[in-house]
Design a binder for this molecule. Sequence first.
Ligand SMILES: Nc1ncnc2c1ncn2[C@@H]1O[C@H](COP(=O)(O)OP(=O)(O)OP(=O)(O)O)[C@@H](O)[C@H]1O
Ligand SMILES: [Mg+2]
Length: 259
Amino acid sequence: MITYLDSKLKAAIHESELREVLTNLIFNAVDAMEAQGGTISIRTSDLVDKVHIEVIDTGVGMDEETAKRIFDPFFSTKDVGNSGLGLSISYSLIVGAGGTLTVDSKLNLGTTFHITLPSYSEDSRMPSRSSMEPVDQRKLKILVVDDEDQIVDLLTTILETSGHEVTGIAEAARAIDLLQKEEFDLLLTDLGMPGVSGMELARLAKDSIQGIKVIMLTGWGAEYENQDLKDKGIDAVVSKPFRFDELTAVIYEVIGKGS
Ligand SMILES: Nc1ncnc2c1ncn2[C@@H]1O[C@H](COP(=O)(O)OP(=O)(O)OP(=O)(O)O)[C@@H](O)[C@H]1O
Ligand SMILES: [Mg+2]
């Protein structure tokens, strides 16, 4: 691995977030060079009010079709065990910090990821998980329930990056407990989970917390009639896989409707 880093450069992003992004990019580069070996280079440069970071590998590269989809949640060309979430989380962290993440790739030649981030200065407003307010909406208290840990992690990361307060839970039984003890503005729950179904959780949420909104995550959203859902206490359905901007739009639509 070759690094060309300018230690004087400072980017306005939280250390843990940048670490997560660079780790994802480096693991991907290592995977891309698994068969034939190669070189990873990391380079930084100063764009005056921005910092540019490149992660370059000489691995297998991607065709155009693949390159178009890599930032989609759950898109992966690798074996099971790879969630396909690495780049989508990285993307949301960089964009959340006011930067950009793009890719240049040539099949069989290699790949370069470009990160730009605002430069840090004493008075730059650091977006932080605890202090960043949602741009156009109030900060929400959200309970996320899904039996897949990785989906809980993904949703928690992106919703926190948008400035919300998020509790993520992979066991529906614990969610039942929490819904009876704490107040939430929104329940975001998977439909099919072992033990307790999302429908049961939704009903319990509506019974326990006045004004709570419920969004159901499902692969079969189309099967439900709107009225049927309303009767069951569901405010909206989002089908997996979803894009972050779609999910965000649904959240704001549901919250904006009032109780
Ligand atoms: N450096 C790279 N070279 C070639 N292909 C890449 C590279 N980085 C990403 N990709 C492609 O983009 C896809 C998505 O990457 P992403 O990191 O989101 O998921 P993943 O690596 O498959 O799984 P995970 O990171 O969740 O373990 C990969 O499956 C791969 O096809
Ligand atoms: Mg990855």
